[in-house]
Design a protein around this ligand. Structure first.
Ligand SMILES: Cc1cc2nc3c(=O)[nH]c(=O)nc-3n(C[C@H](O)[C@H](O)[C@H](O)COP(=O)(O)O)c2cc1C
Length: 214
């Protein structure tokens, strides 16, 4: 089969005005809970994060959502990484959830800012010890000669903390919150007549909904 013959109908669900929540975060929560419950979906918290450096170069990568509220969407990373440098220069960014078995996508754009050191400490303390060691051992986004060198860096950190029950959070590791200013919800529908709704803030800061053509 050639690539251009690969296609399927989208007909699992529909999305209509009368069942759409007036708060985009509530609508997100409804779909997020459905994604968590869907057994055919692995990594439902995975989201694509797109960033734009101040020199206008774009990049994107998957990160894991760790907290969601009206205030925004939180993920954790290395603050020296490529993505963090981009966000610190230009906080405007976009996240995207592709829940394809449910024939749904959500795209959210907004501005990223660091969460507090205390919030990052609390989450770091909840991580498995191996992940805590890796956060110290990896200079995320920097080149490295080979796997052996990376493993040696990990072992050096493991030894450094061998006698410590508590591993502190590295100062260069923590969370960002993406404060939303635009949402789009997409539900696949028959014959490619998909349902799309966007939410944007008006000047009073209220959310305005619009149906978009597919
Ligand atoms: C399923 C999955 C989950 C990931 N979760 C994270 C994460 O939560 N935080 C993170 O920094 N990188 C995560 N990564 C790795 C990133 O995609 C990326 O490779 C890394 O953060 C370096 O990106 P950067 O060089 O653009 O900063 C994940 C990758 C995958 C495939």
């Amino acid at each position: 089969m050639s690539i251009d013959e690969i296609r399927r109908e989208y007909d699992r669900n529909s999305l209509h005005e009368d069942c759409l929540h007036s708060s985009p975060h509530e609508q997100f929560s409804l779909w997020f809970n459905a994604a968590l419950a869907a057994t055919e979906l692995i990594d439902p918290t995975a989201m694509l994060l797109a960033t734009c450096h101040s020199d206008q170069t774009l990049s994107q990568r998957i990160v894991l959502l760790k907290h969601a509220s009206e205030q925004g969407y939180v993920f954790y990373t290395n603050y020296n990484s490529h993505k963090s440098q981009a966000l610190l220069q230009n906080p405007q960014c976009s996240i995207h959830f592709a829940w394809l078995p449910l024939e749904r996508q959500i795209s959210i754009s907004g501005r990223a800012k660091k969460i507090t050191a205390e919030e990052s400490d609390t989450y770091f303390a909840s991580r498995p010890r191996g992940s805590q060691i890796a956060a110290w051992a990896s200079e995320q986004s920097e080149p490295i000669e080979n796997r052996q060198t990376l493993d040696a860096q990990y072992e050096a950190v493991e030894q450094r903390f061998a006698n410590s029950e508590h591993i502190p959070r590295p100062p260069h590791w923590g969370g960002f919150i993406i404060q939303p200013d635009h949402y789009e919800f997409w539900q696949g529908a028959r014959a490619r007549l998909h349902d799309r709704y966007s939410y944007s803030r008006n000047v009073q800061g209220e959310w305005l909904q619009q149906r978009l053509q597919p």
